[in-house]
Design a binder for this molecule. Structure first.
Ligand code: ZN
Length: 130
């Protein structure tokens, strides 16, 4: 797949998020992890990856099969800010998605934690607006 990555970085998918989704590289920052998780949602079929990068107590009850479904079409990702301090990281982003032809904006501030050398998604504060 030579297309530009869906995460908005304007570089080819195979040089961007694909190595993370395939498990051949580990995201070195909360922002990289966030971008790769966005790509996983946008592409569909990467439920295993989403589970693997989710802090287990926060993802209990979710299945890879469910997370692999594309329930909406993700159109774009814009990172508003990100950072980390020791094992704590955050990313603030806006993404636009479409359900049944209607575009919506999701604005989230996500929290990440570095555990055993891997950044994991803990959760986020979300607000939605049209
Ligand atoms: Zn990417």
């Amino acid at each position: 797949m030579n297309n530009q990555c869906l995460c908005g970085k304007k570089i080819p998918f195979l040089q961007c998020c694909e190595p993370y989704l395939k498990g051949t590289a580990i995201a070195s920052s909360p922002e990289e992890l966030m971008r790769s998780r966005y790509s996983a949602y946008a592409l569909g079929g990467y439920g295993e990856y989403l589970l693997k990068t989710w802090f287990p107590p926060m993802s209990s009850g979710m299945t890879a099969a469910e997370l692999s479904k594309r329930t909406q079409q993700w159109l774009s990702l814009e990172i508003l800010g990100s950072g980390s301090k020791g094992p704590d990281g955050w990313v603030e982003f806006k993404s636009i998605y479409q359900v049944k032809g209607v575009n919506s904006v999701m604005h989230e501030r996500s929290i990440f934690s570095l555990i055993d050398g891997r950044w994991l998604y803990l959760g986020g504060e979300v607000s939605y607006n049209r």
